[in-house]
Design a binder for this molecule. Sequence first.
Ligand SMILES: *Cc1c(COP(=O)(O)O)cnc(C)c1O
Length: 397
Amino acid sequence: MEQLAILGGTPVRKNPISYGKQYIDDDDVAAVAEVLKHGDLTCGCKINEMENALCEVTGAKYAVAVSNGTAALHLAALAAGFGEGDEVIVSAITFAASANCILYCGAKPVFADIRPDTYNIDPNAIEKLITPRTRGIVAVDFTGQSIEHDAIRAICNRHKLLLIEDAAHAIGTKYQGRPVGSIADMTCFSFHPVKTVTSGEGGAITTNDEQLYHRLIRLRTHGITRNREEMVHPSDAPWYNEQVELGFNYRLTDIQAALLISQIGKLPAFAARRKEIVSRYDRAFSEMPELVVQKEIPESDTTRHLYILRLNLKALTCDRRQFFDALHEENIYSQVHYLPVYWHSYYEKLGYAKGLCPNAEAYYQEVMSLPLYYSLTDEDVAGVIKAVKKITAYYRK
Ligand SMILES: *Cc1c(COP(=O)(O)O)cnc(C)c1O
């Protein structure tokens, strides 16, 4: 058997690769340079163009560009009206921002467990957590796979809840043929460089609801409006605008918007390549009893942001840490997505105890994310598979 690199053998890969990486080409650079040379740097036409492009991709009526995905979640939670005394149900396995946005509004995050096979929020778990105080749900399209909209919509209708979809992983994904972004009451996107399309930092909210749209626009710029109908003291004066609530400066620059428009043009190619890589990994790992392949629901046509390698620890002599370290020594730099949110010490201090979501906690002990990005070559993918097989063979029971 080939010696593991961690034991002094030759690493499968010469140069390190990480789990995610942006792809920027000359068109992207030219689009940004054009704004810098000739455009408005902020509050210009590129923002409208970007919002229109997002409406086209998602099929939503309205899009609001904001400075990052966390700002998108914050504004969505505010527009939803979440506040003191309210409970909002949120996936346990997600980036902390999905739950933090509930705290920003003074409401209480209530963590729902994941399905052990898809790793997405379990509709049955949601139902059990509903109380008279429950106002909404923040559900994450984890790894890019769509949440179970039919089941979740039925719960929302039954209990009059508002659904915010955290689609930071899921631009390009469809549910029953409908693009993510046009289904939930509000859908939040992130354009951080590790996501499928990037603007450096950036985010957006899409919605089909005109009232929510106007509220989001206003909250994005300090709570200030130029719309007379929203004013308490309407005035004819051309300079007059009025702050009617407490908002923020969560605007995106036109420089970033230009980059995103250019990136959205490449989304079909990005999505196709990501799907190809996922199916290569799936094919290689599905025949190995030491590994578990993420289940995909038939309703979701997924543009995957993350590829989760899950270990069947019963069939291995190592734990996740040993596997992760061995992969690192083979020059494959993995990451773990995610710690159950309520395991963060901040949430622990708020009184959340371990044991809340057993599926999420078991999941966390067994996973790491493999490289998945557009510019990954077939040779790279083959190298990752080879390294995973080599480590698995070494630790096989
Ligand atoms: C990246 C991410 C966010 C936050 O987006 P930023 O643009 O980094 O603020 C929120 N939720 C999930 C699930 C994410 O992956």
